[in-house]
Design a binder for this molecule. Sequence first.
Ligand SMILES: *Cc1c(COP(=O)(O)O)cnc(C)c1O
Length: 352
Amino acid sequence: MDNPFNLTDLLRDNIKNLVPYSSARDEFKGEASILIDANENAFGSPLDHNYNRYPDPLQHLVKDKLSHIKGVPAANMFLGNGSDEAIDILFRAFCRPGVDNVILVPPTYGMYEVSANINDVAFKKVNLTKEYQLDLDGIQEAVDAQTKLIFICSPNNPTGNAINRKDIELILNNFHGIVVVDEAYINFSQTRSFTQELAEYPNLVVLQTLSKAWGLAALRLGMAFASKEIIEVFNKIKPPYNINQATQDIVLEALDKVDQVNAWIKETVAERELLVKELVKIGYVQYITPSDANFILVRMDNPRGLYTYLVQHGIIVRDRSKVELCEGCLRITVGTPEENKILLEKMTAFAG
Ligand SMILES: *Cc1c(COP(=O)(O)O)cnc(C)c1O
């Protein structure tokens, strides 16, 4: 672990040498009255609103607005068709199939492993500790010359807790591959986002999403924040028009409603604490991991029994009881106050 970080050395040769697709919208920018360069339908769309023109490949308007909200320059921002697109691009940029490897720290988000498998990239699993924190010695032992990425999800899914900041900083300082910090749930956390540390760590990639706190899961908009150089690599690899016009339009509108989103975040956190306060009173509930997210991981007797009982009453939670280190656990997303009330009633009734 003693070569300094060097982005060029880390990149796969095919990506380093890649000549990206140059779209019609890349080659001409500016005002024009007749656009006959992209084989679009010049008449319009069979809709009230026109979608006949290809969208802005780099989503400048959306990024400008996000830049104000996040306090990150647009040049340090990549937008993907969900965070999952950003995760896939990381593999394609840095990991040679069958040669390189990545480090995963389970129990964590399942998509990192799926993306590794799709890209035929090996992964080494270094389990979190019993307290769901990083096993720093284990990670140091697992890292070898072919290790390109370490994925850290904080607050972590499915456990809900934030990972100790000092530990993430230690890895950023000592690992000379890319450290991916997935902050899908950062809006619900007391902890500070790593997006403000991009200048300090050239090997940092922070992932966020509009799918959770922002309530826009169906639009598919994920964000990656990183150095300008890493973002340029992302932009080279991504499909030219990866964020469609409808999504860009609707997101622009949604981003004006920060106050609404912040009010929901407050209410979600308050409801989360209320749920915890009531659930610990239930006899079969053993432990609830302190949560920095919009869900809680609840350890209990007979999780499968409760899962089935809740399904019978039309309530679906996530069964994580077969996941290593989550034995006995169900993951429950915080709902509306009405939904949480019904959940509590049913969970109390199951006890009796
Ligand atoms: C939900 C979630 C995401 C979001 O993925 P999108 O593709 O942006 O919807 C990313 N990371 C984690 C850990 C998540 O739980």
